[in-house]
Design a protein around this ligand. Structure first.
Ligand code: ADP
Ligand code: MG
Ligand code: MG
Length: 888
């Protein structure tokens, strides 16, 4: 039979799975010799059994009996003993700290008799009755599920009768009366009396902690934070110490460093003559921890000493809960403290400088997500003061955005086209709002949570978003919204939204660029950037040194390529050529599609070629000396033609006067129309179906490379064929391409070697990678399409349709488009890596799907042995950091 109960002396900090975070750390502190009140922990295993079977496992109660006896022996008094009661707290504590679960019940063991014993022992009636009313209150609220306001209201009334606002002015009689009142509430609400048997109190509280694992709020929180559903919680039973025994007692919280900035110093709050949560509940005014030096110098010095011990032991910033009972300091909790992204970087470097951790560990202490947070623009903090805050919603997608409020997508697109910054405000968004979301600086919705359409899509686009701002009354028809304070914002009024905090402001709040981005851009040197930028610089330098994978960028133009390079990209992993067919060139593409014979087609291609060549030259120049992977045209042709409905209407309305060009276009649109364009005529199929198209592109690449070389540059082209499913497809294109490369070399007298490879983005390609590698000098995993084709759903169609439901049901922990699905898509990648290398040992392997910038997916790419990841320019630093972390 497993052991279900551990004394604090038996556990340690590495047993969080079994003892929960709180229990494991209480044990660790006990074994460090720190002053922790004695107690024991009932394991998460006991909880899991209880939740599954509805009863406690055999033997658990006996173990609790034995540990309780030992505790009573050590304390020299029995639980609830009437003349001198041992009191305990029953505290929840899961592996991850989890708001929404049952909190703690203090003062267990008090009843109508032992309250007198406690008063006599302490020599303090008021204290004893205060403790008793707290027990009934906490027990009533958390174990018996009674609305806490009923108790709070009763306290308010008592204070009113006294003519005071301060709990401190209530005396023993007031608390005695409150105890009666509270017992009445319990009777009224539950139909039974408050349990006076101390052991029953303890057991009921224990079960309530277990049950709270499945409270609605806890379930919701786990879902949001992606905490597994089946961990269960531990229960800690801990001898009470009392901070409410007079002004020489009190309770407090502290951090060993500032969790906001990382600065070293004394951070915390203290409250005299108080118990438990009083200090954070805001019932009375706390004092800054530094005041404790004046109030109780001995305890203060001891606390600082303990904080140092803890930092040196945990080698990290810790947070702490403590209580002082009549001049004696007790430690009640510690854990490695949560911190902001900026603090994480600074603390890692501080600890490195103190010699507490090494550089590898420092890199491991920060994450790509934290770095990403530091890269978003933010509101200038000094200007926030004077701004009118309208409301606070959910911080769905970080960043700061300012613009004119607009209420429809059409209007967003319209104003954006005129160069205006707009914020799209909707009740909620749907796929029809996509164009508006793209056009807007930010998105604000009054409904929906962090997995709503607006949130999911905005995060995917890296667009600032505040969602679920429920206090706002959005009236799309009237083109305005009303805030809770009555302020009305109409179309065109300027608002500012903070996607990192969820706040919404009226008017323009000045935005400042992140200093970290200015550093990456080269506009701010590491030494001038202050402590944060320096910390980022040091960590990035070490991460780059450790990374095995290179990081490239997805970039289609000179500007993006140059920026990516400044951000540390070692080449381009995906240059999409279809973007080069838009704008003015659309007309040329139309002509290509409408061409009725070979000559017309060739004319259109000849017109396109020099344009493409110029684009490539710019990109080769920006990435001089680094590889540039150019993907030949991928999307279905009809994407370059006008919308079928619009065109039909135009032609129909014009009747006999319709332009002949329009008629031909309409015919072409109809001819090219596909039910499933994603699975239709695109990629290599297009190249093989339309003679000359790929050749034109290859020629443009070769000529651009030759021109760069003649100008003294060092172009490194890699030609990538999309959507290959069979080696035969690739062979056909390859042969043609090789011929053109040779032709251009001969004509120009400059021989620029170009690799020819393919994307692996179809399951068949992954499964036959061994054959495909015969014809491919490199593979680039196109995991966006590979995810679509593996799951059999198209991202554009399904994200809004059912993803939030799937996330809710736990079918996905996270969207497979956000983080690579290891079991399915990942398995195909592994197979392709293995088989590809078997055929061609030196084959270059990379990834160019959006997963290339996702931390979790970057780790996967490292593990599976890819040579590089490629991501959007802005994500390059994140990928560099994670590539380094993956290698450590
Ligand atoms: P949480 O997980 O919400 O922090 P805790 O179990 O830490 O809950 O308890 C809540 C409060 O009660 C804390 O402020 C803690 O210091 C206090 N507390 C818990 N156990 C005891 C005890 N044995 N003696 C005195 N105070 C206690
Ligand atoms: Mg606590
Ligand atoms: Mg693709």
């Amino acid at each position: 039979m497993p052991k279900f109960v551990y004394d604090f002396t038996e556990g340690n900090k590495d047993l969080k799975d079994l003892l929960g975070g709180k229990g494991a750390n209480l044990a660790e502190m006990t074994n460090l010799g720190l002053p922790v009140p004695p107690g024991f922990t009932i394991t998460t295993e006991g909880c899991r059994y209880y939740l599954e079977h509805g009863s406690l496992p055999e033997g658990l109660q006996d173990e609790v009996d034995a540990h309780l006896s030992a505790l009573e022996g050590a304390m020299g008094k029995r639980l609830g003993q009437s003349d001198d009661p041992l009191l305990v707290s029953v505290r929840s504590g899961a592996k991850f700290s989890m708001p929404g679960m049952m909190e703690t019940v203090l003062n267990i063991g008090l009843n109508d008799e032992s309250v007198h014993g406690l008063a006599a022992q302490a020599g303090d009636e008021r204290f004893a009755w205060d403790s008793y009313r707290r027990l009934i209150q906490m027990f009533g609220k958390t174990v018996l599920d009674i609305d806490g306001d009923l108790f709070e209201d009763a306290i308010e009334e008592a204070k009113e009768r006294r003519g005071t606002k301060d709990d401190g002015d209530l005396d023993a009689d007031d608390f005695k009366a409150l105890v009666d009142r509270f017992k009445g509430i319990v009777r009224e609400r539950t139909g039974r009396d408050f349990p006076t048997d101390p052991r029953e109190q303890m057991d009921l509280a224990t079960k309530a902690v277990f049950d709270s694992w499945n409270a609605d709020r806890a379930i919701l929180y786990r879902r949001q934070e992606r905490i597994p559903v089946d961990l269960g919680t531990a229960v800690n039973v801990c001898a009470m110490v009392f901070g409410n025994l007079g002004m020489d007692s009190g309770t407090g919280v502290a951090f060993t460093r500032d969790p906001a900035s990382g600065q070293q110093g004394i951070y915390g709050d203290y409250l005299q003559n108080a118990q438990g949560e009083d200090v954070v509940a805001g019932i009375r005014n706390t004092v800054p921890l530094t005041e404790l030096e004046r109030i109780d110098k001995a305890s203060y010095d001891r606390l600082l000493q303990i904080m140092e011990t803890l930092e040196n032991h945990y080698l990290d910033m810790c947070d702490i809960e403590f209580t002082i009972e009549r001049g004696k300091l007790w430690m009640l909790q510690t854990r490695v403290g949560k911190r902001t992204a900026a603090a994480a970087f600074r603390i890692a470097c501080q600890l490195l400088d103190q010699g507490l951790i090494d550089a590898d560990e420092a890199v491991d202490r920060v994450t790509g997500d934290q770095l990403a947070q530091l890269m978003f623009p933010r509101f200038d903090g000094s200007k926030l003061e004077g701004s009118k805050r309208l409301t606070k919603g959910m911080n769905a997608s970080p960043g700061a955005a300012v613009g004119k409020a607009v209420f429809t997508s059409e209007r967003a697109v319209e104003l954006a086209a005129q160069g205006e910054d707009v914020i799209l405000v909707r009740r909620e968004t749907n796929p029809d709002d996509l164009s508006g979301m793209v056009a807007a600086r930010g998105v604000l919705t009054s409904r929906g949570g962090k997995t709503s359409h607006a949130a999911v899509v905005a995060r995917g686009m890296g667009k600032t978003c505040v969602c679920g701002a429920e206090e706002l009354d959005v009236d799309v028809k009237a083109r305005r919204f009303t805030a809770a304070g009555g302020e009305v914002v109409s179309e065109g009024d300027v608002i500012s939204i903070d996607g990192s905090s969820g706040e919404v402001f009226l008017g323009e709040v000045p935005v400042e660029d992140s200093p970290v981005v200015r550093y990456f851009e080269g506009g701010l040197s590491a030494s001038d950037g202050g402590e944060l930028v320096q910390a980022v610089h040091r960590i990035m330098t070490h991460a780059d040194g450790r990374a095995r994978m290179a990081v490239r960028a997805n970039a289609d133009n000179t500007e993006d390529a140059a920026r990516a390079r400044r951000f540390g990209a070692r080449g381009i992993g995906l240059c999409r050529t279809e973007h080069m067919f838009l704008g003015d060139r659309r007309r040329l593409v139309e002509e290509l599609i409408l061409a009725e014979d070979g000559a017309e087609r060739q004319a259109a291609l000849d017109a396109l070629e020099p344009l493409q060549k110029r684009d490539f030259e710019g990109i080769f120049e920006a990435m001089d000396g680094l590889p540039v992977t150019i993907r030949l045209i991928d999307p279905p042709l009809h994407e370059f033609l006008p919308d079928i409905t619009e065109l039909s209407v135009r032609v129909a309305l014009a009747g006999d006067d319709a332009e002949p060009q329009d008629r031909r276009l309409l015919e072409a649109v109809r001819r090219l129309h596909e039910q499933n364009p994603m699975l239709g005529l695109r990629g290599v199929r297009l190249g093989l179906a339309i003679p000359g198209l790929f050749s034109m592109q290859v020629r443009a690449i070769a000529e651009a490379a030759a021109a760069r070389r003649s100008a003294g540059g060092d172009p490194r082209p890699e030609i990538m064929i999309p959507l290959v499913g069979a080696v035969q497809e690739l062979e056909a294109v390859r042969e043609e391409a090789a011929g053109i490369l040779a032709e251009v070399a001969e004509a120009t007298g400059v021989d620029v070697p170009a690799l020819i490879g393919t994307m692996i983005e179809l399951p068949r390609a992954a499964l036959t990678a061994g054959q495909i590698a015969e014809a491919a000098e490199f593979f680039s995993f196109g995991t966006n399409d590979l995810t679509q084709t593996t799951w059999g759903f198209s991202r554009d169609d399904v994200e809004a349709a059912f993803f939030s439901r799937y996330l809710e049901l736990g079918i996905f922990g996270v969207s497979p488009f956000e983080t690579l699905d290891r079991e399915g898509v990942g398995r195909l990648v592994s197979i392709a890596v293995e088989e590809g290398r078997k055929t061609r040992p030196g084959i270059k392997l990379g990834i160019c799907g959006e997963h290339g910038g996702d931390p979790e997916s970057v780790h996967f790419c490292h593990e599976v042995g890819l040579d590089y990841v490629s991501c959007s320019p802005f994500r390059v630093p994140v990928a560099r950091l994670e590539a380094g972390r993956a290698a450590i």
